[in-house]
Design a protein around this ligand. Structure first.
Ligand SMILES: Nc1nc2c(ncn2[C@@H]2O[C@H](COP(=O)(O)OP(=O)(O)OP(=O)(O)O)[C@@H](O)[C@H]2O)c(=O)[nH]1
Ligand SMILES: [Mg+2]
Length: 331
């Protein structure tokens, strides 16, 4: 699933597909015993090549796009936000239809040409094949153009691994989310683009024993209350729900982030409501500074204070979650 983005081929337009197939076919000659034989064999080879090439390419397009069967899935949600799942499904099914039609035409005209009694009749049938084939391929041009756009949009989706246990770090800007990801990551975090934000999301990995957790921070995503966002952007944010196994909500009681504690707590409540069911740890960061700290877990991404203990708590939540999932397994 993770590398499907690389598998989607460049999608040609109808005209490009036809030009390519016809150019290839124009180079084909097959020698026969007599001129009639030569013409017939050559045209049979051309029809075969044009059909095969186009069908193979179209089917490659259909297979290249990820199957979005599970709606409750991070990628499906994002695909829906960015390009619309329904539109994608319709275009892909039109491309399949076209491949099927091409195959029908190829079979039909190979038979016609094989049975043609003379050179004129071979030429006539071949010409007819070119005409009908072109028109079938041209009918899906809009779908091909759409798929090419979809491909470009999908390429900017974040490269996250949906199979890894994932910690999502949320909170207002400047509260120290990125610094925290950096602090607890075993390797340097990478930046991946995320729809509707100019900033990317930061992805880190934390390896503990033989387990690797994925840590994702949400810069610029949660800086306004969820209720205020437009629905498209909101959907993109909520897609994180399908990825998050544990949420760490970071509060900055020093308020050096520029937001009051009150505002931060309001966002915390809104995240709680929208991501309900996902275990959440609330931490107060920047404990090396002065502020209205409460009895929540205190940490400092700067000095590292309290960070190991926080990671222990995260691991405990994962353990509990795994046990819970084991209970759900069929007997
Ligand atoms: N004193 C102190 N400063 C911190 C701490 N954690 C982060 N900072 C500082 O706070 C500022 C913001 O930190 P970031 O990690 O970039 O914050 P962020 O939440 O990722 O911000 P956005 O990406 O804009 O949402 C930086 O100047 C950090 O150096 C901390 O524990 N103590
Ligand atoms: Mg950040």
């Amino acid at each position: 699933m993770t590398d499907w983005k690389r598998k989607i081929p460049t999608i040609m337009t109808s005209q490009e597909l036809l030009d390519k197939a016809y150019a290839r076919a124009s180079k084909i000659t097959v020698n026969g015993a007599v001129p009639f034989d030569t013409v017939k064999k050559t045209n049979i080879a051309k029809i075969t090549a044009i059909g095969d090439m186009t069908i193979v390419t179209l089917l490659k397009y259909v297979r290249g796009f990820p199957k979005m069967e599970k709606e409750e899935d991070f990628f499906s949600q994002l695909v829906d936000v960015i390009i619309g799942q329904d539109k994608l499904k319709i275009s892909l099914s039109n491309v399949s239809w076209c491949a099927e039609k091409c195959s029908e035409l190829q079979r039909k005209y190979l038979l016609k040409v094989r049975r043609a009694p003379n050179i004129d009749s071979v030429a006539k049938s071949t010409k007819e094949f070119y005409g009908r084939f072109s028109s079938v391929v041209k009918r899906i041009n809009e779908d091909l153009v759409f798929l090419q756009k979809a491909r470009d949009s999908l390429k900017v989706l974040p490269t996250v691994d949906p199979d890894l246990e994932t910690i999502v770090i949320a909170g207002y800007p400047n509260v120290g989310k990125s610094k925290l990801v950096e602090k607890i990551s075993t390797a340097n975090p990478t930046v991946a683009s995320y729809p509707f934000t100019t900033k990317g999301i930061i992805i880190g990995h934390l390896t503990k024993g033989w387990r690797t957790y994925q840590i994702i921070d949400t810069p610029g995503l949660l800086d306004r209350e969820l209720e205020e966002r437009n629905s498209i952007e909101l959907q993109a944010i909520l897609a994180l729900k399908y990825l998050a196994d544990v949420i760490v909500f970071v509060i900055d009681p020093s308020e050096s982030c520029g937001y009051s504690t009150e505002k931060q707590i309001a966002l915390l409540n809104s995240v709680k409501n929208n991501f309900n069911g996902i275990p959440m740890i609330e931490v107060e960061n920047k404990c090396d500074l002065q502020g209205n700290f409460t009895d929540r877990r205190k940490i400092s991404g700067e000095t590292g204070e309290g960070v190991d203990e926080m990671v222990d708590e995260i691991e405990k939540l994962f353990k509990a979650k795994r046990l819970e999932n084991m209970d759900k397994l069929p007997e």
